[in-house]
Design a protein around this ligand. Structure first.
Ligand code: SAH
Length: 359
């Protein structure tokens, strides 16, 4: 069975030829898939015989929403997705992953997962706790967008890859997903409406600057000393913060675009005056923006977030020193903000290939 969602127009044209059809059928299928068709019967401009043939040899793929939690105060919806097909023949449940639908003044945005679980092992993060299961395909990422639109009845005009997983640990599939979103025959999403967030895999930051100079880049910084950053983000042992900042500078120079630094404020860990001074010294003069967010508490990790008052104070200090900074609006506070939490609560003992601490 061929899985069609996630294929490019060219790949679908080739597939059409392989099953004895004219290539233009591939383009028609692409358009239907981009609009969120969940069955071949919906594809009414395909002959009935072709729809029957497709049922025999192909599946649409993607994912289905199995749980939706709404924060009625701001319209945020946290969605638990299940990979298409459900449980397998042996009864092993399908993989689950999360997305968060958010409403902003400029439109709706979906926070998309790139992997089931994660290998990075960040100490404060819920996604790291369950270890790594597998990469999501481009079709499963695109499926999150289509399914979020189906269950909310609203359009998704922006995406941020800040859900579960490390997108640069699944670069090729993420790249295919971004290209599919951008395709003018499909969703025609502007590159500027897309953001990818990384924990700091330097070679991929450099490749991304070449491949996608117009897509926004966010880097999860969180601490600025090697010792401190390595203690909460194991990725720093392989890619130290000095080299990371150099890659960020090169990115800004190459793309003329502002890098966003994510900085989750952890009480007593990275929110002291000396931490702020270090930020000012090391980020000063760089084309960047600091996004401060009090850490969402994840019980098992033992870390707590700083107060919003402290977050605002830090933002002000940074601004006074010429570093643009904002405190991220806390959306969905009624529904358990932190990524990976919904899945974690629902999860029983799922098989897991590798434990956190990946690199
Ligand atoms: N792996 C990528 C993208 C997924 S995480 C990355 O690390 O950037 C998206 C953002 O949420 C990252 O900045 C991550 O550090 C942050 N994050 C993880 N757990 C969090 C928590 N409990 N509270 C606040 N932010 C958190």
């Amino acid at each position: 069975m061929k899985i069609l969602l996630g294929m490019t127009i060219e790949e679908l044209k080739q597939f059409a030829a392989e099953i004895g059809e004219k290539p233009f059928r591939g383009k028609q299928i692409f358009v239907w898939l981009s609009r969120g068709a969940v069955s071949f019967d919906e594809m009414t401009d395909l002959p009935k015989s072709l729809r029957e043939k497709l049922k025999e040899c192909a599946q649409i793929g993607g994912c289905r929403a199995v749980q939706v939690q709404e924060d009625t105060s701001d319209g945020t919806r946290k969605i638990l997705f299940e990979a298409a097909g459900g449980a397998d023949e042996a009864g092993v449940p399908a993989d689950t992953f999360e997305g968060v639908f958010m409403k902003y003044s400029y439109g709706n945005s979906l926070c998309v997962s790139s992997q089931v679980g994660c290998r990075m092992g960040c100490r404060f993060c819920a996604s790291a706790l369950g270890g790594f299961v597998r990469n999501l395909t481009a079709g499963e990422m695109l499926g999150q967008v289509l399914e979020a639109e189906r269950v909310t009845g609203e359009k998704v005009g922006h995406i941020v890859i800040m859900g579960m997983g490390e997108p640069f640990d699944n670069y090729e599939n993420v790249a295919q997903f971004l290209r599919l979103l951008h395709d003018e025959n499909g969703r025609n999403m502007s590159w500027r409406n897309m953001t990818v967030s990384t924990s700091g895999i330097i070679p991929k930051i450099r490749q991304f600057a070449e491949d996608f100079p117009q897509v926004n880049l966010a880097i999860s910084l969180h601490r600025l000393t090697d010792e401190g950053r390595s203690s909460i983000m194991p990725v720093n042992r392989k890619y130290p913060v000095g080299q990371l900042l150099e890659a960020a500078r090169d990115y800004a120079e190459r793309t003329h675009r502002r890098v966003t630094f994510e900085y989750a404020l952890i009480e007593g860990e990275n929110d002291k005056d000396e931490d702020v001074q270090l930020m000012i010294r090391r980020l000063g003069g760089m084309l960047c923006h600091v996004n401060l967010i009090p850490l969402n508490k994840v019980e098992e990790t033992g870390y707590s977030g700083s107060s919003r008052k402290r977050a605002r104070e830090i933002a002000e200090t940074l601004e006074k020193s010429g570093i643009p900074a904002t405190v991220r609006r806390q959306l969905g506070s009624e529904i358990d903000g932190a990524c990976g939490q919904l899945r974690r609560r629902q999860q029983t003992n799922r098989p897991c290939l590798k434990n956190a601490d990946g690199l």
